[in-house]
Design a protein around this ligand. Structure first.
Ligand SMILES: [Zn+2]
Length: 213
């Protein structure tokens, strides 16, 4: 669940492609799209990654309004993901930080029995790095086998690549995947933080566990 077209590829495209290649349904929810033509780019990137048709909310910018939070929680309940990936809260980009707040709150509301007849309890919320790097990753995903899919998806974001004539995005993403690969003991990787989710309280379908094992 990302702020703009291209975040899904730069931040977690390899991880999406990896799971899609294993037959796991992969959905992309993009909170804004400006200009609207970027929808074509994210659709093309999703094809390269093996994800399903992206859901694009065509707002011009990400504003953490109750209405947007509700649209996202409704999407979570409809799509029923077990893992959600979004932005880190200390990203340099204001709209990425806004997306983090929106998605985190939507994950919470989607799990409430008081909100939905069939709430969706997301099991894991992972936070990705786009241009701001994570100092201490919690999870490194080996994307060595799908790096070409990620490279092809990057090429579909033509409007963004054309901003820099010296190939900034291609180079940055290549080096980032190599760096995380060195840390992860593989050729290429993607890094994530894990966000703990509250699960004790009156609002959840399951309120307690019988064992820690
Ligand atoms: Zn973005």
């Amino acid at each position: 669940m990302v702020s703009h077209p291209d975040d899904e590829t730069f931040g977690c495209g390899g991880t999406l492609a990896l799971h899609a290649s294993r037959g796991v349904p992969v959905d992309i929810l993009c909170l804004s799209c400006d200009p609207p033509e970027r929808r074509t780019e994210i659709t093309g990137a999703a094809e390269e990654l093996g994800a399903r048709e992206p859901i694009v909310l065509e707002d011009q910018s990400v504003v953490g309004s109750p209405g947007l939070i509700r649209r996202v929680s409704d999407s979570i309940v409809a799509l029923r993901p077990s893992v959600v990936v979004t932005h880190i809260p200390f990203d340099y980009h204001r709209e990425h930080r806004a997306a983090y707040e929106v998605v985190k709150e939507a994950v919470e509301w989607a799990a409430h029995t008081t909100m939905y007849a069939e709430p969706c309890v997301v099991e894991r919320l992972l936070l990705m790095e786009v241009n701001t790097l994570i100092p201490t990753p919690h999870v490194l995903v080996d994307i060595s086998n799908v790096i070409d899919e990620k490279r092809r998806a990057i090429q579909r974001h033509v409007s963004q690549l054309s901003k820099f004539t010296w190939g900034y995005y291609e180079e940055f993403n290549e080096k980032k995947a190599e760096l995380r690969g060195v840390q992860g003991g593989c050729a290429y990787a993607e890094a994530f933080m894990e966000e703990p989710l509250p699960r004790s309280g009156p609002f959840y379908p399951v309120k307690s566990v019988s064992s820690l094992l």
